[in-house]
Write a protein that binds this ligand. Structure first.
Ligand code: URA
Ligand code: SF4
Length: 238
């Protein structure tokens, strides 16, 4: 994206162009040392994750299972599955709703118009796409971008659980209402979910507006920046 457009996005979000980069937080190695020093604080594997195979989970088998998955009807209409992308040892895990048309065609999450704004939102946090791991609740596109159905979310749930267990992020950004509700197993509206820190298996979860919504709703861009600031504060203080 050219620089002028990038600045336009940031300004539209109410972000001052001179916004300072976030203060550096402890690196992952330091964090591992801290965890090793205090084994009782080590993160537990998600309780409801039952791998379909014996032994420790790994990215290769998970990725292959997703690529071949036919657990819900979306397998009939997808072009391809969209597994997720980024740093497999990221501190930050970004979880969206489901692939849209561009994602279904390219096999990557958040690559369409909304994806470009998400990339800018991350950049405003001092993060590149490659710094974070990005995935969706659903790995296949719902036809016509309709909302995911509960049975599809249930069918796909274990894959995201396994991705979370493999990445072991220090913070999760839930992008939009559908992702937040599915992740936190709640029907609360977005207005009730954003602005506070939730937890999922001891990992902090911050809910942010979906960039597709922000593209339509200019007034909420200021609040979107507040969401990002809450996420950064949670990460640096966590
Ligand atoms: N919206 C999402 O929630 N996820 C994507 O991957 C693209 C758009
Ligand atoms: Fe499988 Fe998930 Fe795709 Fe459904 S959406 S077919 S559960 S990968």
């Amino acid at each position: 994206m050219d620089n002028a457009l990038r600045l336009q996005y940031l300004e539209a979000m109410g972000i001052d162009v001179w916004v300072p980069r976030a203060a550096p937080a402890p690196g992952r190695d330091e964090q591992l040392l801290i965890d090793n020093a205090a084994p009782e604080t080590a993160a537990l594997a998600p309780a409801d994750h039952e791998p379909a195979h014996p032994g420790p989970d790994n990215w290769e088998s998970l990725q292959a299972e997703v690529a071949a998955c036919r657990k819900c009807a979306l397998c009939e209409t997808r072009t391809q599955t969209v597994f997720g992308t980024g740093n497999k040892q990221a501190d930050w895990m970004v979880i969206g709703e489901a692939p849209g048309q561009s994602e279904d065609l390219q096999g990557q999450p958040f690559v369409g118009k909304a994806g470009q704004l998400l990339t800018e939102m991350l950049r405003a946090l001092g993060l590149a796409r490659d710094d974070v791991f990005i995935a969706n609740i659903l790995k296949c596109r719902p036809p016509g971008n309709r909302d995911p159905k509960p049975d599809e979310i249930d069918a796909c749930h274990a894959y995201l659980q396994r991705q979370r267990a493999l990445v072991q992020p220090r913070i999760i950004l839930a992008v939009g209402r559908i992702a937040a509700q599915a992740l936190l197993k709640t029907e609360a509206p977005l207005a009730k979910l954003r602005g506070k820190v939730h937890t999922l298996d001891e990992t902090p979860v911050v809910v942010v507006y979906h960039p597709a919504y922000l593209l339509r709703s200019l007034p909420d861009k200021r609040k979107a920046w507040m969401d990002l600031q809450l996420a950064m504060k949670t990460y640096t203080e966590g």
